[in-house]
Design a protein around this ligand. Structure first.
Ligand code: PHE
Length: 342
């Protein structure tokens, strides 16, 4: 059996010497030293030897085991090194080349303007709430003093999910929802940013766009509060020199209703292409909350009054950044979007 050990060793050393890949050496490790390897099996026979020969056999077997193990490891490392060097030669890796530059993402201009609008109104004491984009006919229209079949619905045609469910046409339904949830408690001072939907599509209209609604309900709120709040907004958004002007308008849910213009920030009011020679640019619709709306949502118009306004975020972004076509905002063209990287 000692002779068997010597034969095994010689055979193994020869095989290792001829092994020409790290994988082949792994196979040899299994072949000789593995659980069912040849040396392992031989060792298991120890019990068949006369007792006095066993220690010598065991010792020798262990020495051979260590020898084989060391040789396999040495040879394997050698081969791996050769392989790596060959690969570096073949691929001609130039370690002095600069790495790939990772591009940083950037905020979408709509998000930037929304954040700015929110900051301004938070600074004026408003809190931010959001509402559902799938809305009921009641909150989108009826609670805002627009009964079924009222002609004011014509301008706000939308996508209906059923007779009673629709994609909201404005953020104003959150006026009714907020008042209803809080009545008769005063005050209410909220803005509502969010997506709205209309059946519209051309250079200045997309079927989805963003609005920010504002609502303030308290005792003795007046049109002068509305004017003061919107003047402060206009100046923070478009420059301290801005003035605003209110023009009479109509919304079924406000009375009186106004359109709000800011003095043109491009020409300062003397008239240019941006303001179409008028010196003024329209930025939003607003008014005093209609008594019917207050009543329907649980407030007594004798005790509470409110102001409300709604602005289009895309329009403000276009004005602020000089964007000439609304559709740029939704085409995801990186040449456009990268201009807003900072
Ligand atoms: N909801 C109106 C619109 O989308 C804007 C508005 C809001 C007007 C609040 C007055 C008061 O056109």
């Amino acid at each position: 059996m000692l002779q068997n050990l010597d034969d095994l060793r010689n055979e193994a050393l020869k095989a290792i010497d001829q092994g020409n890949s790290p994988e082949a050496l792994n196979d040899l490790r299994v072949k000789y030293l593995g659980k069912n390897g040849e040396l392992t099996l031989l060792l298991r026979q120890t019990g068949k030897l006369p007792a006095e020969q066993r220690p010598a056999f065991g010792q020798k077997a262990n020495t051979i085991r260590a020898q084989i193990e060391n040789l396999i490891n040495e040879k394997r490392e050698e081969l791996i090194k050769v392989q790596q060097e060959k690969k570096i030669q073949e691929e001609k890796i130039d370690l002095s080349l600069p790495g790939y530059r990772l591009r940083k993402g950037s905020m979408h201009p709509i998000t930037m303007v929304l954040d700015e609008i929110k900051d301004i109104f938070i600074g004026l004491g408003f809190s931010v709430v959001e509402g559902p984009e799938i809305e009921t006919d009641y909150y989108d229209f009826q609670a805002l003093n627009i009964p079924l079949d009222h002609p004011a619905r014509e301008m706000q045609d939308t996508f209906y999910l059923s007779e009673d469910l629709l994609l909201r046409t404005h953020t104003s339904p959150m006026q009714a929802r907020t008042m209803e949830a809080q009545a008769p408690q005063l005050p209410i001072k909220i803005i509502v940013p969010g997506k709205v939907y209309r059946r519209d599509e051309d250079a200045t209209h997309t079927p989805m766009f963003h609005q920010v609604e504002g609502l303030l309900v308290d005792e003795r709120v007046s049109l002068s509060h509305l004017k003061g709040i919107l003047l402060s907004f206009a100046q923070q958004m478009f420059g301290q020199d801005r003035e605003i002007r209110l023009r009479p308008s109509f919304f079924p849910f406000t009375e009186p209703s106004v359109e709000v213009d800011i003095s043109c920030f491009a020409c300062g009011g003397s008239g240019c292409r941006l303001c179409k020679g008028t010196g003024w640019i329209e930025i939003l619709g607003a008014g005093m909350v209609h008594p019917n709306v207050l009543r329907m949502s649980g407030y007594n118009p004798q005790e509470a009054s409110g102001l409300a306004f709604g602005m289009g975020v895309e329009r403000i972004a276009m004005l602020k950044y000089g964007i000439d076509d609304l559709r740029h905002l939704f085409q995801n063209d990186l040449r456009f979007l990268r201009q807003f990287e900072n």
